[in-house]
Design a binder for this molecule. Structure first.
Ligand code: TGC
Ligand code: FAD
Length: 392
């Protein structure tokens, strides 16, 4: 039987969590221990997304967890954050999959969709019966999505879409793609469209050769004269602000998720340091330099927990700013990557093998540092917030 993970709670933050929050965390932690951990190393090595886990994740209410109604679990933002933390303790690729389904597919339908779109898509996305992807990035426009060249033109009672999207999580397994395009007939205003992936002219090709997020599907999308009815436009979307609002939801979840990856690495390093003996038959945990690394890790994890919890409470109160979310995403992913590198160091040669989760987390976190706004783009977002000057 797989060993149970006991979490990292140096500051006794558990004493401030509600019963519901602790229950959500326990349920997700058990799901990860019992179902994800036993197969994730094989999936990562084989470059396989564990699709067999999707129905169970749907039953547990992970998809669109913080949305109300339409078959969604209606969790608070803090509860949703705890789900993300626990999932990423298992693997960033699985958290990515849930982030995209929830924050980047269900959220835009919920926030910008018609009642008909919400009724037809949200319940099946919540159960995992249907999967989605989010197409914002293009081959030539990553950090600067406002430059996108994907275009939608009015034609009869619908639209015709043309363009290329790149680095799209779940692209090859999605039933529906949320595509962001400039509408030629509206002075190139950016709007969101629901594109069923079996429409003629829509193609997805999987990106191979990744050394990161190997248990997650990443794709390029090509849209060549894809015809969709006018009813597929997300009517409430308008301007680049709309996809950026979706990114806030996903970045918030990443801030929590990165803590989970860091916890897994710290826990592995702590356990190892207590039993690995070098010099005089003493465990390496008895050496001051090793202790200093462990102390750095637990201190930074604790600070990241406080940051995400505070941002989550602000989000639940409706007072969060997107710059607060940028700080959590930027700080916590950096912290997790540094923790993974230090933990790998403590394990010495053993740290490079798949017998421990550390290298997998480290390689995953390199993507997490880049997607949803790179580390440096979030520095510029924060710089703009405090100086009032955009330095992009
Ligand atoms: P800018 O002129 O600054 O902004 C346009 C309008 O949007 C407003 N705004 C925001 N609104 C809500 N939330 C935010 N976070 C917002 N940031 C800006 C802004 O006030 C403005 O409003 P208005 O009313 O004046 O029109 O736009 P810009 O073109 O200068 O770009 C700004 C910048 C660089 C911050 C932005 O483009 C950016 O965030 N770039 C990074 C791109 C990115 O994060 N892409 C992510 C793609 S999805 C992904 O990576 C999924 S990975 C998923 C996974 O597997 O987990
Ligand atoms: P670039 O924008 O080319 O940046 C390269 C470097 O230049 C970075 O270090 C960056 O910080 C720096 N840089 C750029 N501009 C500036 C500036 N003004 N000042 C200082 N430095 C700058 N996108 C989606 O739409 N949907 C998805 O589902 C999705 N999933 C992804 C999954 C994976 C595994 C990965 C790796 C990416 C995914 N992305 C997705 C794309 C992701 O959002 C982009 O990779 C990211 O926004 C960065 O864009 P880029 O890779 O083109 O890098």
């Amino acid at each position: 039987m797989a060993l149970k993970f006991h979490g990292v709670d140096f500051l006794n933050l558990d004493s401030g969590f509600s019963e519901d929050e602790l229950l959500v965390r326990r349920t997700t932690r058990d799901f990860v221990d019992d179902n994800l951990i036993p197969l994730i190393e094989d999936c990562f090595r084989e470059g396989r997304f564990p699709r067999e886990l999707v129905p169970m994740m749907g039953e547990l209410g992970f998809f669109g967890a913080s949305l109300q109604g339409y078959g969604c679990a209606g969790m608070s933002n803090v509860e949703y954050g705890l789900v993300m933390q626990e999932l990423e303790r298992g693997d960033s690729g699985i958290r990515s999959f849930v982030s995209v389904q929830s924050a980047l597919v269900m959220y835009p339908i919920y926030a910008f969709g018609s009642e008909e779109q919400k009724n037809s898509w949200l319940p099946v996305l919540a159960s995992g019966e249907k999967l989605g992807c989010f197409g914002l990035t293009e081959p030539g426009f990553g950090s600067n999505p406002g430059g996108m060249t994907t275009v939608a033109r009015r034609s009869g009672d619908g639209y015709i879409l043309n363009g290329e999207k790149m680095w799209i999580t779940s692209g090859n397994i999605a039933d529906v793609a949320v595509i962001w395009a400039k509408v030629a007939d509206e002075e190139n205003r950016v709007r969101g469209f629901l594109v069923e992936t079996d429409r003629p002219g829509f193609k997805a090709h999987e990106v191979h050769g990744k050394w990161s997020l190997r248990a997650s599907v990443t794709s390029g999308l090509s849209l060549q004269d894809v015809r969709i009815p006018a009813a597929n436009l997300l009517p409430g979307s308008g301007g680049l602000k709309s996809p950026l609002m979706c990114l806030n939801q996903a970045r918030y979840g990443i801030g929590w998720g990165a803590i989970g990856a860091a916890m897994a690495c710290y826990d592995a390093a702590l356990q190892y340091a207590k039993v690995r003996k070098q010099f005089h038959g003493q465990p390496i945990a008895s050496h001051q330099l090793v202790q200093e690394k462990l102390v750095w890790m637990v201190s930074e994890i604790s600070k990241a927990q406080l940051l995400s919890l505070h941002v989550g409470r602000l989000k639940d109160a409706g007072t969060v700013g997107h710059e607060h979310i940028s700080m959590a995403k930027r700080n916590n992913v950096w912290m997790a990557l540094e923790t993974a590198r230090m933990a790998r160091d403590i394990l010495g040669a053993n740290g490079i093998t798949e017998d421990y989760p550390i290298m997998r987390h480290m390689m995953n976190l390199e993507s997490v540092k880049t997607y949803e706004g790179t580390h440096d783009i979030h520095a510029l977002i924060l710089g703009q917030s405090i100086t009032g000057i955009a330095a992009f």
